[in-house]
Write a protein that binds this ligand. Structure first.
Ligand SMILES: Nc1ncnc2c1ncn2[C@@H]1O[C@H](COP(=O)(O)OP(=O)(O)OP(=O)(O)O)[C@@H](O)[C@H]1O
Ligand SMILES: [Mg+2]
Length: 296
């Protein structure tokens, strides 16, 4: 979707405001009809327009499987994925995914990696070069346009991947644990960087994570997912002010309250991987709940 805005120079410019992605009663099973393995179990939720929605769930719960369904790399066994009310069945540039592992081509420079997708779509010339420079500029890699991935730090590689997605200006950007595996300091910097990118564009984003601090810092809306198989447990609106700084969120009472609410659900879900009736798990969850009830 586009809306017209008037630039400072007084000319009309079309600005993308993002799409709205709806997941309607989606299930996904593998295996045979007789012995199905259900990974996504009747999920329904909306990734609202111009918001940053964060999906958080335990490792192995089925989040990346859901991402593949959202991008139409795979089809749901039942239910449907809709973009702006229309059912989607094929991958396209409107729903772009940044994956948890690096997908940069090692034999291409940053610039070449960024223009590779649009070139394959037939875009060329000065407008493509301008768009590539703009995307690289937005992720702060101007000085590294001619560098190869192995000449970039881990954080820079993730930023190059963001540029590669940004140049397509997708209706919905889906990021599957893009900062997983980065050291704590780089991860913090990337989170602030990404929050600024989102705040400056206000497109529709879905960000997947297993990290509660990252989730609260980034989210407008938090989708808390179950343990395997994937279900929606709860939606939390995170109405912390923007622009956000990590230091402000860490010391915010409102953020900590939201974090405790989310954590109590996530811990319940994580403990489901223990055998039913496991006494130490039961004991742990009971003392955990009491701790939250008494606020200590
Ligand atoms: N093609 C497949 N066939 C059978 N099982 C699958 C298939 N794809 C995924 N699964 C199963 O689905 C489960 C969830 O995997 P998935 O990668 O979606 O989890 P995840 O939440 O993204 O985990 P993580 O946070 O560690 O990335 C795993 O147990 C996996 O074995
Ligand atoms: Mg995953």
């Amino acid at each position: 979707m586009v809306e017209a805005t008037i630039t400072r120079a007084g000319t009309m410019k079309e600005k993308s405001v993002g799409g709205e992605l709806e997941v309607r009663d989606v299930s996904k099973s593998y295996g045979t009809d007789r012995y199905p393995k259900t990974v996504v179990d009747n999920c329904s939720f909306t990734v609202e327009r111009s918001k940053l929605t964060v999906m958080i769930g335990p490792s192995g719960s089925g989040k990346s499987t859901m991402v593949r369904l959202l991008a139409s790399f795979e089809q749901p066994t039942s239910g449907a994925v809709l973009l702006d009310g229309k059912k989607v069945t094929k991958p396209d540039r409107e729903r772009l995914v940044v994956f948890q592992e690096s997908a940069l081509y090692p034999w291409m420079t940053t610039y070449e990696n960024v223009v590779f997708g649009p070139k394959a779509q037939g875009r060329q010339g000065a407008s493509l070069a301008d768009a590539a420079r703009d995307a690289i500029d937005r992720v702060g890699l101007n000085q590294f346009q001619k560098s190869y991935p192995n000449q970039l730090s881990g954080g820079m590689q993730r930023r190059a991947e963001l540029a590669r997605a940004l140049i397509n200006d997708p209706a919905v950007m889906i990021l599957d644990e893009p900062f997983r595996g980065l050291d704590a300091m780089t991860k913090g910097l990337m989170q602030e960087y990404y929050a600024q990118l989102f705040e400056s564009s206000r497109n529709t984003h879905l960000f997947i994570t297993t990290d509660i601090d990252e989730a609260i810092f980034l989210a407008d809306r938090l989708l808390i997912m179950s343990n395997f198989p994937l279900r929606l447990r709860q939606v939390i609106e995170v109405d912390l002010p923007r622009p956000r700084r990590l230091a402000d969120v860490v010391t915010s009472d409102a953020a900590n309250q939201l974090k405790m609410t989310a954590l109590s659900i996530l811990h319940e879900e994580a403990l489901k991987s223990f055998a039913v009736g496991n006494q130490s798990a039961d004991h742990f969850i009971e003392s955990y709940k009491q701790r939250y009830r008494s606020g200590t």
